[in-house]
Design a protein around this ligand. Structure first.
Ligand SMILES: [Mg+2]
Length: 123
């Protein structure tokens, strides 16, 4: 089974992304920072499941999104990673792309925009 992993330190954002993606039929996992996500992804893969997509915030305590992407890409070159950004984070978008991000979406996003981007990335 392939999970969508939502990584954001804001419970409100995690819930709104989860709500937007509910209809797609993927099991959804959550993490509150990059380090938490790496542990949870290892647990998912350890069960024989996989990750279809990671959706990751940039600014988080413990491990930020850009560092997460670099770590995640060390042993997963292909699973798409979608970065959640604010308009002012252009430099971080560039850093994210260099680290191996597949795309980004600017906050606040509509449910429709989120679904469209996710469907493009997971197909
Ligand atoms: Mg944040």
């Amino acid at each position: 089974m392939k999970h969508i992993m939502i990584i954001d330190d804001s419970p409100t954002i995690r819930t709104s992304v989860e709500y937007a993606l509910m209809g797609l039929g993927y099991p959804i996992a959550n993490a509150e920072n990059g380090s938490d996500a790496l542990k949870k992804i290892a647990a998912i893969k350890g069960k024989g499941d996989d990750v279809a997509l990671c959706i990751v915030d940039v600014n988080m305590p413990v491990m930020d999104g850009i560092t997460f992407i670099g770590e995640f890409r060390k042993d997963d070159k292909f699973t798409p990673v979608l970065v959640l950004t604010t308009e002012s984070e252009e430099q971080k978008i560039r850093a994210g792309k260099e680290a191996g991000a597949s795309g980004w979406i600017v906050k606040p996003f509509s449910n429709q925009d989120m679904v469209k981007v996710v469907q493009r990335l997971v197909k």
